[in-house]
Write a protein of this length. Sequence first.
Length: 583
Amino acid sequence: MSVPGAAPEELEWRRLHPVTPLVRGWTVVAVALAFIGQQSLEQAGEAAEVAGRVAGLWWMLLLGVAGLALVAFGYAALAWRMTAYAVGDDDVHLRKGVLFRQQRHARLDRLQAVDIRQPLLARLFGLAELTLEVAGGSGSAVAIGFLREPDARRLRAELLARAAGVRARREPGRAEAPGPGSAGPGAGTAPSAAAAGTAAGTAAGTADGAAAGTAAGTADAVVDAAPGGPADAGTPTVPSLSGAPQVAPEAEEAPEEEVYAVPPGRLLHSLARSPGLWITALMILGVVVAALVTRSVGVLVSAAPAVLGGGGYLFQRFAGEFGFRAALSPDGIRLRHGLLETRAQTIPPGRVQAVSLTQGPFWRGPDWWRVKVNVAGYQSDDGNDSQNVLLPVGTRQEALTALWLVLPDLGTEDPVRLLDEGLTGSAPDGAFTTAPRRARLLDPVAWRRHGYAVTDRALLLRHGRVVRRLEVVPHERTQSLAVQQGPWQRRLGLATFTVHSTPGPVSPGVPHIDAADAGRLLEEQAARARAARALAGPERWMLRVSQGASAADAVAPETAEAAETAETAEHPAGAARAAEEQP
């Protein structure tokens, strides 16, 4: 049994699923074959000469591929045997390595998100990989894979509950059901959806879910605490709404409520309206014309990698964002998407650092928007930002709903009007402070769009006319601020205001505003950020709900508000009207 602060040797270590070497080994072989195929395509001009030399040596090629597969699967099997993971009350440990041993641990209080990834081959075996995104820069993620999909979901529920401050009960004498390939007894269970339901008032759950969760959790506590039961005084407990200690039951996935989904037809239509498709089409047209003029097949062969790269980008967008769905649950925002490789993300509340709503010129007709977020720990080394997409393509109403998922209270009496000004407005009047007229000398196209607005909860920055952008940064998530001036900006009395966020696709800032406004905004925003961070509560939101002198009085009003908010999840305008009616 692991305890808070337990040493790694005191933890209960588990192994991964026995089929893991097959999945890992096949990945290595597939990458090697893809590399060989790419090299062969790039050197297709020499194919005839090479084919004449090795016409009778095809068996050597097969033997080489078989040898490579044997080495890959053998190494994967050895790596599987040397890999194990353990779950403590406050962190997760992973040890691996064949030649060089590594032992990594992820602190749950720094947990940013938990993903379940299923590559195509892993889906055939019913396996999944659990990825823990932890704040700490590039390479800080901890991947546990592969596990049975139900085991991965239970482990995710346990980790999210522990990150929220709820600890699972470990019963002496009761064996947990380890997954296949387990190296020993289970490392503990997590609270179920019922227990998580007690926190639904402050998260996104409904009042019914909270009540059901409380009732179910109380029933479990009564059964386990019966005379002769396994509960003891040393069992970790969770305060219930009634004030009595409650034992966290078995780990189950918390309930969820779908908020929006992206139909495949709309996704295809959006790709048809994207610049990537038009660039690829023009590239193909140019290659065909050049081949006809020169009457050389070599032109087609030399341009094939570039054309395939453009087509690969479009297919990657379609396959990665296929079946995109967003849902609310007591443990955070749940995103599911993927065609060949499926991914299930869970982003805990309050972890999003910045939000960006963008609209390209070809999306003006249907009024579609794309929503991206910065999450500490979410960063890709290959430039792929699919993990940071909150809405790949959606209507304006869905885009506002996506923003509402991250920031339910914008801190203004009329959030819909404010957001409309931020999305499409360009007038100097209203809530936004805009760039002065002299900014047209540096940006004659988009200078009217440059502006910022400040509410009680967030800073809004808008810019861009060809590609419209609205960036929203909660005050407490401000990392640092900067004001920059180039030589021409100094002559015109202009400046660029920048908000430094965590690494990601969102880079908040607004160019060419008045230098005096930029300096004043820098000082005021720094003060607002300090005050907001001082008032921000701990990230363990479930534990925070249960604390206090009167937990029931603290949670009941929030639960009622959550039930009303859940009804207007797809209609932020209704939520705005409800906010106006409150005293």
